[in-house]
Write a protein of this length. Structure first.
Length: 374
């Protein structure tokens, strides 16, 4: 038996590295829940190989992520690396994936540069630039002429800010102020006051998933929800798992993103129902969908490679894959290893007494504008 076929006969260990504890634990919980739901739904065997999820907690610290990944590849027989709840965590592992020629499935980190750091990275989630540019287009077409931007000061926030500003200005919009709040910030009051003083038509915001409820509460406490300033943002601000905590101050907020638990499709209704059943009636968010789709992508690639998980062949098998996800149709761009997908413009509304991001416009086949070939 050849070495490759012998390897293909063994169980396949997938290292799922997540921030299960610490400030980004909600991200870790959704990553694990989405991944486990896929193996429960699709079965734990594909192409003759039993899939074993090896879950490790990196606490959201890049040095820890790197140590875990190194140990997985060198000592634990892990053949595929997955997870990565933040950009610095994904970037820390990129050199390891490259050196070991191991596929790295990035399920959440959304800064545009991530896939550029290793040819073994495939990202079945999104980039902030991909989801933000459509909202800037929508803003101009819907009477917003002057904005203030407020983002968390880290790579995804800067990506989001840059994309919104460049797209908005290119169409004649005016940016009155660009405010960056330190990433650990939980008191947004001084930044919101600066925004209010500038009297824009709209305030564009971006904060990490899980922080949106804090920002929204303070937006209302300072009376900005009644000031006539429209609140718009990249969809992480009104994530499904935190939206219910925001109260009526969130009603009417416009965001752009690629997934809502309210997405009207049979695939999503089945996904939401199964997720709730498996997770104490919790509502899934985009992170759970990314993990679910990441495992689907891995399964489909393994079918093409007959269960052989060697990095070069596995990544090649992932390129060009397309399927209908709970979020809609998706495709892995064979050139960039990024996801091509619909982006939706949504409005926060009450549905059955609960707040949801209700989609009202679709931008099909959206891509990251920073990766368009000149």
């Amino acid at each position: 038996m050849s070495a490759a076929r012998a390897q293909a006969a063994k169980p396949l260990k997938v290292g799922l590295i997540i921030p299960a504890t610490g400030p980004f634990s909600s991200t870790g919980r959704m990553l694990e829940a989405g991944a486990r739901l896929y193996t429960q739904t699709a079965g734990d065997t594909v192409a003759g190989r039993k899939i074993e999820l090896v879950v490790r907690d990196d606490t959201g610290v890049a040095d820890v992520t790197k140590r875990i990944a190194q140990a997985m590849v060198v000592n634990e027989g892990v053949e595929v690396l997955a997870g990565f709840g933040l950009t610095p965590l994904a970037l820390a592992v990129a050199p390891i994936a490259t050196e070991a020629k191991t596929a790295q499935i990035v399920m959440m980190a959304a800064t545009s540069i991530v896939t550029d750091r290793s040819p073994y990275i495939v990202r079945p989630c999104f980039t902030n630039a991909q989801t933000t540019a459509p909202l800037a287009d929508w803003s101009v077409k819907n009477g917003i002429k002057k904005v203030v931007t407020l983002v968390s000061d880290y790579a995804p926030g800067i990506d989001t800010e840059t994309t919104y500003i460049n797209t908005f200005k290119a169409q004649g919009g005016e940016v009155l102020a660009s405010i960056r709040a330190p990433l650990p910030t939980r008191d947004f009051a001084p930044f919101l006051q600066r925004a209010a003083d500038a009297k824009p038509d709209a305030l564009f915001v971006f904060v990490p998933s899980g922080i949106g409820a804090i920002l929204m509460k303070q937006f209302a406490e300072r009376g900005l929800d009644k000031s006539g300033i429209r609140l718009i943002g990249e969809g992480s601000v009104t994530e499904d798992d935190t939206l219910t905590q925001m109260g009526d101050a969130a009603l009417g907020m416009i965001t752009s993103h690629h997934y809502s638990a309210a997405h009207d499709s049979p695939e999503n209704k089945a996904f939401v129902s199964a997720f709730r059943k498996a997770n104490n009636n919790a509502r899934p968010n985009l992170i759970a969908v990314h993990a679910y789709d990441g495992l689907h992508m891995l399964y489909e690639a393994l079918k093409k490679t007959n269960g052989i998980a060697a990095g070069d062949g596995l990544v090649a098998a992932m390129k060009g894959l397309q399927w209908v996800s709970p979020r809609g149709p998706v495709k892995i761009d064979p050139e960039t290893r990024e996801t091509i997908q619909n982006v939706y413009i949504r409005k926060v509304e009450k549905v059955g007494g609960e707040l949801y991001n209700v989609e009202f416009a679709t931008i099909p086949d959206a891509i990251d504008p920073t990766k368009v070939k000149k």
